[in-house]
Design a protein around this ligand. Structure first.
Ligand code: HEC
Length: 461
């Protein structure tokens, strides 16, 4: 997958007018509502609805399709061959869709191909006149993403910096004013996870290209210079953690592996192999002796950092786990994911005991954080809410009606602030004691040609 995938939506936005002109010149391109949606309805919604969303992909609407799945957008407008959706329907990309049933008929695939190659436009924009006077747009779209999600957020240990990861870059903000202090560019793709070194002098930003490989860039925060780029894993990295002694970094990847890296040499020191599906979250225990990893395979595994040995597996969850957090004391661990449930285990040396579980949200839990004082667990869910709970999982407060999915949250070390980054490129900082929004900003703005108004921007508050 190329950076180009993120411009799928860009192309659509920009091709809207061109499409109208094309329609008068040639036979009508397939229409999303009439021709495409029914194919998904019949063959895909069993697994790709807002309740099932396998592969993190919802095919219920044009918007959710264009939002894409776990690997990002599935459609590259005007390039069916490059679109993952087509590759997976035709079986050039594993696993072939629809999963566990006969491939789609040639005619259905041809219609979807043609719809993509003709611009992958949304439900008929009936409001647009077929006017010939619409401005000509350049045939070549600029090679930039139109909107980058906030894929990761982290407060620095001293709370003076907020690092925000998006498409190919990290922005360092002043959490009080939202002012950009520095920008760390040049990342291969979306920066999906960020970790500060415990002394706050360095930052690790991880991601990489889906299906190609993982990348971790280590930045010096005094000079904002790149110190090193570590490469490894066969797919992108979803989570990075820095060991409490500052010497090691751990990563979890879609390639099912967990790796430990030596920061000083930049070398991979261990490959921890035991998960049978993508690893979405890793965390060191506060004493640095253990590493926990959470996976799409529904388990959390606890590893011994010194030996790389797997100590035990926590397998209570009924669906993939997207996020986990140690309690500040390190004797408990919480994890959550697609089954909407928060699980809390009491950790021992040889096994862990489930002490709480609760269906906590109305949809998948995307991110979870444990407050530094140990008293609050916070979840962000694709139901559009951020919920605060005590350690018995009783609800303390809700911030609901988020304008878009909150994929990343972090609590400042002093427990005062909660940062929430959203899929639409926006970020809010909330007072974690009274759940009030302190401020909100667009971290990653839309880039688009002049003259086309942006509905996303208009929706910002
Ligand atoms: C029986 C369940 C099932 C059906 C039916 C199904 N899928 Fe999937 N789909 C999955 C699963 C499971 C994954 C995740 C696979 C993985 O990541 O290894 C997935 C992943 C995908 C992805 C990749 C998402 C990403 O970004 O990683 C695409 C695209 C996709 N499906 C398209 C379709 C389409 C189009 C249809 C209908 C023609 C369909 N699927 C029908 C189960 C299904």
């Amino acid at each position: 997958m190329r950076p180009g995938v993120l411009l799928a939506t860009a192309l659509i936005a920009m091709c809207g007018y061109g499409q109208q002109r094309a329609r008068t010149a040639a036979a009508s391109p397939p229409d999303f509502t009439k021709d495409i949606a029914p194919i998904f309805q019949k063959n895909c919604l069993g697994c790709h609805s807002s309740t099932a969303h396998k592969g993190h992909l919802v095919l219920e609407s044009y918007d959710s399709l264009m939002k894409g799945g776990r690997h990002g957008p599935e459609i590259v407008a005007r390039d069916a061959n490059a679109s993952r959706l087509i590759q997976m329907l035709e079986g050039t990309e594993d696993p072939q869709m629809p999963l566990e049933s006969d491939p789609l008929g040639k005619a259905d695939i041809a219609v979807i191909r043609s719809w993509i190659n003709r611009g992958a436009t949304g439900p008929t924009p009936g409001s647009l006149p077929n006017a010939i006077s619409t401005p000509e747009l350049p045939a070549l779209a600029p090679q930039v993403p139109v909107v980058s999600p906030v894929a990761s957020v982290k407060f620095s240990p001293d709370g003076r910096l907020l690092a925000v990861g998006g498409y190919q870059k990290v922005r360092l903000l002043d959490p009080d004013s939202g002012k950009v202090i520095a920008e760390l560019p040049g990342h291969a793709d979306v920066v999906r996870s960020i970790a500060f070194s415990p002394d706050g002098t360095k930052l690790a930003a991880a991601g990489g290209e889906p299906q190609r490989g993982g990348e971790i860039k280590i930045w010096d925060l005094a000079s904002f210079r790149l110190i090193n780029t570590l490469r490894g894993h066969k797919d992108c990295i979803y989570s990075v953690a820095w060991s409490p002694d500052g010497k090691m970094i751990a990563t979890g990847s879609y390639d099912k592996m967990v790796k430990l890296w030596d920061v000083a040499s930049g070398k991979e020191v261990r490959n921890l192999q035991d998960h049978i599906d993508a690893v979405f979250a890793v965390a060191f225990s506060p004493d640095g002796k253990r590493l926990a990893s959470a996976s799409q395979d529904r388990t959390v595994k606890i590893w011994d950092v010194a030996t790389g040995k797997r100590l035990y597996t926590l397998s209570d969850a009924s669906d993939g786990l997207t996020t986990l957090a140690y309690s500040p004391t390190g004797d408990q661990l919480a994890a959550a994911g697609y089954d909407k449930t928060i699980y809390v285990w009491q950790l021992g040396d040889e096994d862990g005991r489930l002490i709480h579980s609760l269906i906590a949200d109305e949809d998948s839990v995307l991110s979870l954080a444990w407050s530094p004082d140990g008293k609050t667990l916070v979840t962000a869910s694709s139901d559009g809410s951020i919920r605060f709970r005590d350690t018995d999982l009783d609800l303390k407060g809700v911030i609901d009606r988020q304008p878009d999915w909150v994929g990343a949250i972090d609590i400042s070390r002093n427990g005062k602030w909660l940062a929430a980054g959203r899929y639409n490129g926006s970020l809010s900082v909330y007072d974690a004691t009274n759940y009030k929004e302190s401020h909100s900003m667009m971290v990653f703005n839309k880039i688009e040609p002049a003259g086309i108004s942006s509905s996303t921007e208009a929706a910002q508050r």
